[in-house]
Ligand binder design. Structure first.
Ligand code: 13P
Ligand code: SF4
Length: 311
């Protein structure tokens, strides 16, 4: 069967079995694609799944830095990026040379903490990576003897972590164009209209927005909170893909702003996934030396995150 008549979902499930493939999908991806995923989650959960999978092929329905992270953590697997054009503009706001220059300025007395929304080259120049879900744990675990911590690229996440952890950070001037646009007045407006509102925003939002909200959580943190708390009217201040997921799972939740669309996350279609699997196209290929260097900062992130869980 061809074209419109093809049942992409069925074909994807068939190919997945035939090729021993797994589909890892971010919470912001289109709902129909989420439905064929083996695992749906935030950047940290997806990284751990990618590292642990025994499948031969990982199709990553997300953006480039996520698929690169999967490849670095599990280099013997074929890792496919669902749509090769899906990038993250924030990840492009810092490059490896920028980090090298900053290190030179401090005679190499610089500890680089890097948001996972970054290129493999930047990760290779970093001491530790972090995600929105583990940023506080990671920063807390950096030895207190470390004085100069450069935080790249997200200044909003950096400011938030700085405030909560009390640790001072040198912030890079990067941001997510989707979250940066959310304004404190939008939170005020919801509160004025709905006295039973509970507002959760993503830590990529501006600090003045986070301060007006009830809490800041990663997308997986939001999903967990929504499942466990249905007595208030929950509003999510982030990309509405996560809202679509929670509604599909039967929960009552709404977006703070339905226009906070990440165009890159919306590029992946079921048709993309089908042809990715069929042709094994869009594979992530990175030099081994680069991956070995970048793996250190990612492994450090996992070590710091899991360390806290054992206590
Ligand atoms: P999460 O790790 O919270 O899913 O966030 C990823 C991201 O890109 C947010 O914009
Ligand atoms: Fe990047 Fe923002 Fe899209 Fe997340 S929402 S992938 S940070 S552009």
């Amino acid at each position: 069967v061809f074209g419109d008549e093809m049942n992409f979902k069925e074909e994807i499930l068939r190919l997945k079995k035939e090729k021993n493939a797994v589909i890892l999908c971010h919470n912001y991806i289109n709902r129909d694609v989420q439905e064929v995923a083996d695992y749906l989650g935030d950047s940290y959960g997806l990284s751990v799944k990618a590292k642990e999978t025994e499948a031969d092929i990982i199709v990553f329905a997300g953006v480039r830095f996520m698929a690169e992270t999967a490849k670095i953590l599990n280099p013997s697997k074929k890792v496919i990026l669902s749509n090769i054009e899906a990038g993250c503009p924030m990840a492009d706001m810092v490059n490896a040379q920028d980090i090298i220059n900053e290190k030179k300025k401090t005679d190499d007395d610089l500890y680089v903490a890097t948001y996972v929304n970054s290129s493999a080259e930047v990760k290779a120049e970093s001491d530790v990576c972090l995600t929105s879900g583990n940023a506080l744990k990671v920063i807390k675990n950096i030895p207190s003897s470390v004085k100069n911590i450069l935080f790249v690229p997200d200044k909003n996440l950096g400011r938030y972590v700085e405030k909560i952890s009390g640790r001072s950070l040198i912030l890079w001037d990067g941001y997510c164009c989707v979250h940066q646009d959310l304004k404190p007045e939008q939170i005020d407006k919801i509160r004025a209209k709905d006295s039973n509102a509970l507002i959760i925003v993503h830590p990529e939002c501006r600090l003045d927005v986070i301060e007006k909200a009830d809490m800041a959580l990663s997308t997986a943190g939001m999903a967990k909170f929504v499942r466990e708390n249905q007595d208030k009217n929950i509003y999510l201040g982030t990309e509405p893909g996560i809202v679509a997921r929670m509604i599909a799972e039967g929960y009552d939740v709404r977006p703070v702003d339905e226009n906070m669309i990440c165009k890159n996350m919306k590029k992946t279609t079921l048709q993309d996934i089908y042809y990715d699997l069929l042709e094994e196209r869009n594979q992530i290929v990175l030099p081994a030396e680069l991956m070995n260097k970048a793996r250190n900062s990612l492994e450090k992130m996992i070590e710091f995150t899991e360390l806290d869980k054992q206590i």
